[in-house]
Design a protein around this ligand. Structure first.
Ligand SMILES: [Fe+2]
Length: 354
């Protein structure tokens, strides 16, 4: 392992450990071998499939149980990619910690060749970008297509953009805009740690980050966005441009009853247990399913790509004709979240990679 630990970070780690943020929490229930949930996704030929986890890296029983559920789901729903939404390694990050907080909980998936791709969170050492199993290519922000499926042809329809929202500096924003402008993939999916929309009492919407990123999303047609930081599941009601936003920050961290009751942002919320997500993209449809630690389906449905053209049958005398019509963009739901606290500084600044 060529992962280098920074001594300054280690000091930061000790503070976190003392505050109870690192390591197993005494109230964590024991991992339980539950059967996988009922699969709600269609498993279409040639579809693009991936899983989503956020705020995982504690090595606690919740993370371990989620890893076991993911492996069980993988047997029914083979996916070859997992995106990680940040706070991937809380606290100490020695090789033994990397094993306990990452490699061990997901060993079954790693052994099957599943590729993990990480975004940096505020609790992460930016040097995680050099940790090979995170597949970041040594960069704090990067873009990629999902790995090839068996048919080797569908992957270019989707392009991911992993951002570092703890240090969202100009050079990164310029890079993001340039990459968006040059992308011809119909599905543009951004993932990063701080949610642009969230009903979390603890953090909530990252308004300053939203002010920077949302105009780019709208200008260049970003389809969907996944973030963590708040330790629950939330599917956000359609916002400007019909862009889909998800908060998925309870892969190894949990903050019960943290979703503001009655929030106008919430389409579906779940803050009772750990969870992860599985996603399937087929054509202009993105099927999603959120699954709890115990294997229950928290949420499922289909999200249609904003701006896509759909076939609609219109009545005509004879025969029925199929025409193409633009998908109406849902009206934006006003954001009512309180201002989010600024992201805490990362333990070690790193030079911009580009
Ligand atoms: Fe965080």
């Amino acid at each position: 392992m060529n992962y280098a630990m920074i001594s300054r970070h280690a000091v930061f780690v000790l503070v976190l450990g003392a505050s109870g943020l690192a390591g197993p929490h005494p109230s964590d229930p024991s991992p339980q071998a539950q059967p996988a949930t009922t699969l709600k996704l269609p498993l279409k030929d040639g579809s693009i499939r991936f899983a989503v986890i956020g705020d995982t890296g504690r090595g606690n029983s919740g993370q371990i149980a989620i890893g076991a559920q993911m492996a069980a789901v993988h047997r029914e729903f083979p996916f070859n990619l997992v995106i990680m939404l940040g706070d991937n390694i809380y606290g100490a990050d020695s090789p033994a910690d990397m094993d306990r907080k990452f490699a061990s909980p997901y060993k079954a998936l790693l052994d099957k060749g599943v590729e993990f791709r990480a975004a940096i969170g505020n609790h992460d050492n930016p040097n995680q970008r050099f940790y090979k199993p995170f597949n970041m290519g040594g960069e704090r922000y990067y873009t990629f297509h999902p790995p090839k499926n068996a048919d080797g042809k569908a992957e270019v329809a989707v392009r991911f953009f992993a951002l570092d929202t703890t240090y969202l500096e100009k050079i990164q924003i310029d890079w993001f805009e340039k990459e968006l402008a040059s992308s011809v993939s119909p599905w543009k999916i951004a993932f990063f740690h701080h949610p642009l929309y969230s009903s979390g009492r603890t953090h909530g919407s990252a308004l300053e980050t939203r002010a920077i990123l949302e105009p780019l999303f709208l200008k260049y047609g970003v389809s969907a966005s996944f973030s963590g930081h708040d330790h629950f599941y939330e599917r956000i009601r359609p916002q400007k441009g019909g862009i889909g936003y998800w908060v998925s920050g309870a892969g190894g961290s949990l903050r019960k009853n943290d979703i503001r009751v009655g929030s106008a942002l919430t389409a579906k919320g779940f803050d009772d247990d750990y969870h992860f997500m599985i996603i399937e993209i087929a054509g202009d449809d993105m099927y999603y399913q959120a699954i709890s630690r115990r294997g229950a389906t928290i949420d499922s449905g289909v999200f249609h790509r904003p701006g896509a053209i759909v076939a609609a049958v219109v009545p005509t005398p004879s025969p029925a004709a199929v025409i193409l019509v633009p998908v109406p963009v849902p009206a934006a739901v006003p954001a009512v979240s309180p201002p989010a606290p600024k992201a805490s500084p990362s333990p070690s600044a790193s030079p911009a990679p580009r």
